[in-house]
Design a protein around this ligand. Structure first.
Ligand SMILES: Nc1nc2c(ncn2[C@@H]2O[C@H](COP(=O)(O)OP(=O)(O)OP(=O)(O)O)[C@@H](O)[C@H]2O)c(=O)[nH]1
Length: 292
């Protein structure tokens, strides 16, 4: 899996920026425009600008190549402030995947199953989003392609918590390493959704601890996507973020922004619609692809 193949560059503004002969006022304006354009958000942008101006003054440099390196290092340091390691050592390791519909949740679960099976881990996927038969089929197709087992609801609208229970039970009985549970993204009310999730958690925890709760966010929707997912962040005990659709997006700054804002580490990055298009999150690699 290529870790640096992403298209999440900062975009055209950066190119002109680092070819100026010397650092001048225009450099800082261009840098601000580029950071805002890449969705770092105003706060992170200001912090980075202040930090870099201070460093440029301290080192008395006027060389744009120095500034570029300082920018890359500043981004890497901030990206690395949270631990991106997935905790999957329980047997089975139970992973709940949450998020609003349409962000790429089903695709992500398929890719995650593949990510794990290709590393020699056995996986079962549970379709606990039981309201749409087509969605269950779509998830099952992805999981089967990844070489994972699937636990489906026995009938449409079956209690999601019982599907989740059966999934973990299946993993325990068969000695499967990892149980990934899809959950509903859309219910009539937010409290209904959170109650359902709380019930899934309660029932699963009867069998053992939950290893990870991964919240899937669409990298192209930026801040609006975070607002939509607020309830999950507040109530679902999210342990990691998965940011999808970063391929071809010029909005890579969102990754740093969302991590700083929520205080939750990014653990996986989706960068395409193919089954291999999911990677772990490596701050060094990500910073280097933001500022190539
Ligand atoms: N380019 C790109 N497209 C993606 C990525 N992840 C998902 N998609 C696409 O986004 C669309 C929605 O993905 P789904 O996985 O169906 O999203 P979902 O959140 O499960 O949506 P529902 O099934 O409606 O709940 C699909 O067309 C996917 O192919 C990604 O990393 N990059």
């Amino acid at each position: 899996m290529a870790e640096s193949a992403g298209g999440w560059r900062l975009g055209g503004a950066m190119r002109g920026l680092f070819t100026r002969p010397t650092i001048d006022e225009g450099t800082w304006d261009d840098l601000e425009t580029a950071l805002i354009g890449a969705d770092f958000g105003p706060d992170v942008t200001d912090e980075i600008l202040d930090q870099l101006q201070e460093q440029v003054n301290r080192f008395r440099t006027t060389d744009p190549a120095d500034l570029k390196r300082m920018l890359r290092e500043a981004l890497e340091e901030r990206l690395a402030a949270f631990d991106p390691t997935l905790t999957l050592s329980d047997r089975p390791a139970v992973v709940l995947v949450v998020g609003v519909n349409g962000v790429g949740k089903t695709t992500t679960i398929g890719k995650f199953a593949q990510f794990l099976t290709s590393r020699g881990r056995s996986v079962v996927v549970g379709a606990a989003d039981t309201f749409r038969a087509a969605a269950v089929d779509q998830l099952a197709t992805w999981a089967e392609r990844a070489g994972a087992d699937v636990v489906r609801p026995q009938q449409q609208g079956q209690d999601p918590a019982s599907v989740a229970y059966q999934t973990v039970d299946h993993a325990t009985r068969t000695g499967t390493d990892i149980a990934i549970i899809d959950t509903a993204g859309r219910l009539q009310t937010k409290s209904g959704l959170m109650d359902e999730l709380a019930k899934v958690r309660r029932v699963v925890e009867k069998l053992g601890p939950i290893a990870e709760v991964l919240l899937v966010l669409d990298g192209t929707t930026g801040q609006n996507g975070v607002a939509q997912a607020e309830a999950f962040i507040e109530h679902a005990g999210v342990t990691g973020l998965v940011v999808t659709k970063l391929d071809g997006s010029a909005k890579g700054g969102f990754v740093l922004r969302v991590q700083q804002q929520t205080g939750i580490p990014i653990k996986l990055i989706g960068q395409g619609e193919g089954i291999g298009d999911l990677t772990g999150f490596t701050p060094h690699v990500f910073a280097a692809s933001l500022v190539p």
